[in-house]
Write a protein that binds this ligand. Structure first.
Ligand code: SIN
Length: 303
């Protein structure tokens, strides 16, 4: 009997498969399709202090082997997430959930993380410093190691639960940013968020996305995510959650061999809402095929 369990920052997961923030709503939407308790956990939609309508339409451009999004952190705001979304989730999910938090200032992160930290179902805070769609020109707070460090230190002062920092790949030196997170007291790192990209419509001769630039994800970015997971897990001691283009049980194992403790699945959920369930179902047979008895034993196994 294959053992799929992994431990993420002190909390045991039944398996390492985690739907990524922004591709799984607040979970209960998918519970209409299948029992979401099969998941290791999931990361809920990026939540901000105030409600946000998001960016103008169109916000999506389809690409070969991926998708560009510029949603702009559409969400009902942290008060409503606590009062309404988490109540709905509690009825269909009986595991700890990852609270993905975005902000525009240190104070925003402190406020929202502090509030979500007090929610019993929140197991981890995923501090998202990597959304490319809200600061103009595809920049995010996470490109500045000092700023990231300031946010992490401030959040750590007001929360008790593990803080995982979600990083952007749109930097020259991902290792420097990851080390800044570890030095600031982060309990884990998630990488990668989307790569900035754009498309132009030949008929209109204008950018497809109203915001012009968006975040590119999907199978095409998998090797980039692999490289960054490899480099960062060489450089830090805190656990790394791999993310980027994962769409099969083989991809999950490959990312764990590079050093990931758990693996987030994003764009694949947009193609097939059952993607995470299917990957979890495929894992035991894939483990047998490659002679793996305990999935946690492959973490960093390729080093
Ligand atoms: C968005 O809402 O624009 C995407 C969120 C993200 O990339 O962090």
């Amino acid at each position: 009997m294959e053992d799929l369990r992994v431990n993420l920052c002190g909390i045991e997961l039944d398996n390492p498969v985690i739907p990524a923030s922004g591709t799984f709503g607040y979970g209960y939407e998918f519970a209409e399709l299948y029992d979401i308790n099969v998941l290791g956990t999931f990361s809920f939609k990026g939540t901000t202090r105030e409600p946000r309508y998001g960016n103008p339409l169109p916000r999506i451009a389809e690409c070969t082997a991926g998708i560009i999004n510029s949603i702009g952190l559409q969400n009902p705001g942290v008060e409503k997430v606590v009062a309404e979304e988490l109540l709905k989730l509690k009825k269909c999910f009986n595991k700890p959930v990852i609270a993905n938090v975005s902000g525009f200032s240190v104070e925003d992160y402190v406020y929202s993380c502090g509030k979500l930290d007090r929610e019993p179902q929140v197991g981890w805070l995923e501090v998202n410093v990597s959304c490319p769609n809200v600061h103009g020109g595809g920049m995010s707070l996470g490109t500045d190691a000092n700023k990231v460090s300031e946010i992490v230190k401030a959040v750590k002062k007001v929360v008790k639960k593990p803080v995982i920092v979600k990083l952007t790949p749109n930097v020259t030196d991902i290792v420097a940013i990851a080390k800044a997170c570890e030095d600031a007291g982060a309990d884990g790192i998630c990488l990668i968020n989307t790569l900035t990209g754009m498309r132009i419509d030949l008929k209109t001769k204008r950018p497809v996305i109203a915001n012009k630039i968006g975040g590119f994800s999907g199978p095409a970015v998998f090797p980039v995510a692999m490289r960054m997971v490899w480099q960062v897990t060489d450089a830090v001691r805190i656990p790394v959650v791999g993310c980027g283009g994962v769409s099969s049980a083989e991809d999950v194992i490959e990312m764990m061999l590079a050093g990931a403790t758990a693996v987030e699945v994003g764009a694949a959920n947009l193609v097939n809402p059952f993607a995470c369930r299917d990957i979890i179902e495929d894992l035991p047979e894939t483990m047998r095929k490659y002679g793996i008895a305990r999935l946690r034993d492959v973490i960093g196994g390729a080093k």
